[in-house]
Design a protein around this ligand. Structure first.
Ligand SMILES: Cc1ncc(COP(=O)(O)O)c(C=O)c1O
Length: 366
């Protein structure tokens, strides 16, 4: 049956290196509240991404809620349902209304040709997702946003390190949110961050993540607690040093998958995007009707070999009862979600296991 292979496996730094770094926390007794490791990690992320404005958060979800709050958005927000439920919940938990736009069938990002028909006098923003690290049509989105005076917040949870036309994808839109969750390409155990165009948001975001406090005896805004602690920051400092090497290994695995799966009828892979430097964060395949099994049958077949792919994203947000009455027809997203399977992909995955997974998939074809 072989070892258990999950869809991902967290990249971790050398244990002794981590212990060495967190020794400074015992020396200083500084565990959280923008401590020295927090500040060091912020600096390194800014350098890595080549951006000007960045704020760390305890996780990606709260970073996204804080982004929406910082822009004072109150109304309808056009988004895609082909995402993790966090995206849609961030919209509703900030008292906004999600309006669902369909996706395009080649890279699963928002279909920009369908945005304008969803705009009403209540629309305040567009919140597209760089899903699987695939880059949205940022130029078309910018044009529409300018025309209708809308804000753009990207859910870039999957896209840390991705570049479009030699610029970080975070340099597009008003704000981009990254997740540094343990399952992501770059992790801080739990964690997240916002990159933003307007530097004046920094003070507001710093206050919002610290109970809304601008100064202790003076002004306060509404805010909660979304601060990253020093143990998370230490993990990030060590992991970011390994990131390029890890992305390089992911790239090799993706190339092997593409090579081995390309001859199998009925297995569709994501389009490779032009002008994009990928982070190879996920490897989704779509099972078409001319393959020998359904998506669920292939999923079950893989589990018999102890291989656990993910039906990621299934169901889509607007299939959950709390969002099923929301505006927006999304047949493409629904169809993809019923046929998509995300295959195991992480730097330690060895070639033999990739070959084994592909052989099992080949065995399922008609
Ligand atoms: C698309 C998407 N958005 C938001 C999140 C939330 O990020 P976090 O887990 O860091 O809170 C995740 C991931 O977990 C995600 O995949």
């Amino acid at each position: 049956m072989g070892e258990k292979i999950l869809v991902t496996r967290t990249s971790m730094p050398d244990y002794d290196e981590y212990c060495k770094l967190i020794k400074s926390i015992w020396d200083s007794h500084y565990l959280t509240n923008n401590g020295p490791l927090h500040e060091e990690l912020s600096k390194r992320i800014i350098e890595y991404l080549g951006v000007d404005n960045f704020t760390l958060f305890v996780n990606g979800h709260l970073a996204l809620e804080n982004a929406i709050n910082a822009l004072d958005l109150h109304g309808e927000i056009i988004t895609s349902p082909f995402t993790f439920i966090s995206t849609t919940n961030a919209i509703s938990r900030t008292n906004n209304v999600p309006v669902f736009c369909d996706i395009n069938p080649d890279d699963y990002t928002m279909d920009v040709s369908k945005i304008e028909s969803l705009i009403t006098d209540k629309t305040v923003a567009i919140l597209p997702i760089h899903v699987y690290g695939n880059v949205c049509d940022v130029e078309a989105i910018e044009k529409i946003a300018k025309k209708y005076n809308l804000k753009v917040v990207y859910d870039a949870a999957h896209a840390f390190g991705v570049k479009y036309k030699d610029r970080s994808i975070a340099s597009y839109g008003d704000i981009s949110m990254f997740s540094f969750h343990a399952t992501k390409v770059f992790n801080t155990i739990e964690g997240g961050g916002l990159v933003y165009a307007n530097p004046s948001l920094k003070e507001k975001l710093d206050a919002q993540k610290n109970f809304g406090i601008y100064d202790y005896e003076g002004s306060v805004t509404t805010g909660g607690n979304a601060k990253m602690n020093e143990f998370q920051a230490a993990m990030g400092i060590l992991n970011i040093q390994e990131l390029d090497k890890n992305i390089e290994r992911r790239k090799k695995i993706v190339e092997l998958y593409r090579n081995l799966l390309s001859s199998i009828k009925g297995i569709k892979m994501c389009m490779e995007q032009e002008n994009v430097i990928s982070n190879y964060s996920y490897f989704p395949i779509v099972i078409e009707s001319n393959y020998g099994l359904t998506r669920d049958e292939l999923y079950d077949l893989l589990t018999t070999y102890n291989i656990f792919a993910r039906k990621y994203f299934y169901p889509i947000s607007n299939q959950f009862p709390i969002y099923s009455d929301c505006v927006g027809e999304t047949p493409i997203a629904k169809g993809i979600s019923e046929r998509v399977l995300t295959l195991p992909l992480y730097p330690d995955l060895d070639n033999e296991n990739v070959i084994k997974i592909c052989k099992i998939i080949k065995g399922g074809q008609k």
